[in-house]
Design a protein around this ligand. Structure first.
Ligand SMILES: [Zn+2]
Ligand SMILES: [Zn+2]
Length: 276
């Protein structure tokens, strides 16, 4: 069995979001909020291809997460798409009903190949947005962006992961004094907006552990944050200096490769969902 574990953030931020995750022979794309051409390029660059994706998982319907879907589904119509019903309804105007779509629900884990995907509810101004936890033999990853604040329930879904992708959208002071109009500032800072560096730091201090290998700060605002600032602010929340911490940007990131782990397969139960 192939034991490759490879992650690449293809783009992150308010202009577009997409991430590729490969665990063995299972290949997933989380969100498609950049052009199809950029997605394909970002995959081919690391010797992967869109035809080989087992699933596209959508977090929510905002354009910076789905705007590549129309062309992507046009070019690769057999792509299997997983999202909540709320997300699909929210996408009605953006792309036609996918040929292969599976409805998912928060706290309804499902399998895609070797990976158990556990979607969980987020607080954001979208219809049924979700974060994802991915578990496979010796691998676990939490993916959480686009949330106004975090709860104990969200934190519990992110415990014990080898890789965490966590939103660090804005510095509250930069947001307050920055160029955005007042309504947008209010929206971003609201309980259904985006996580600040401070909120991300509190979340990371709750969920980080000595075996956390990568912390990827995501969805950074170009106007209201800076990569060095977010890293400086959040890295003290890591219990050891052994965790790699990086800030994702609108450009494709360096692929992250993980060594196969000796850890036993995840024991998180699959309560319901699709097996194929
Ligand atoms: Zn977003
Ligand atoms: Zn959003």
């Amino acid at each position: 069995m192939d034991d490759t574990i490879k992650i690449r953030i293809l783009a992150s931020g308010s202009k577009g979001n997409s991430a590729f995750v490969r665990v063995g022979d299972t290949r997933l794309l989380i969100d498609a909020g950049i052009s199809c051409r950029r997605i394909v390029h970002g995959l081919r660059d690391i010797d992967e291809s869109p035809e080989d994706l087992d699933a596209v998982l959508l977090t929510h319907e905002h354009s910076d997460h789905v705007k590549g879907m129309r062309v992507f589904l046009n070019n690769y119509p057999e792509t299997h798409v997983f999202s909540t019903r709320g997300t699909l309804v929210g996408c009605e105007e953006r792309f036609p009903m996918p040929q292969n779509w599976t409805p998912i629900a928060a706290d309804g884990p499902f399998r895609v190949g070797e990976v158990t995907v556990d979607p969980f509810e987020l607080l954001h101004d979208a219809s049924e947005p979700t974060g994802f936890r991915l578990d496979a033999s010796g691998f676990s990853m939490g993916f959480v962006t686009d949330l106004g604040y975090w709860t104990d329930e969200i934190a519990e879904h992110l415990l014990g992961c080898r890789v965490l992708v966590v939103e660090a959208n804005h510095d509250p002071h930069m947001l307050r004094t920055g160029p955005y109009p007042a309504f947008l500032k209010r929206r971003i800072a609201s309980s259904r907006g985006h996580l600040s560096n401070e909120q991300a730091r509190a979340l990371v201090s709750r969920i980080a552990h000595p075996e956390l290998e990568w912390l990827v700060l995501a969805h950074l605002s170009e106007k209201n944050n800076a990569p060095e600032l977010a890293i400086d602010e959040i890295s003290p929340a890591l219990p050891t200096g052994d965790t790699n911490i990086i800030a994702a940007s609108k450009e494709p990131g360096q692929p992250i490769e993980l060594a196969p782990s000796e850890l036993p397969p995840s024991t998180r139960p699959v309560k319901q969902g699709v097996l194929f």
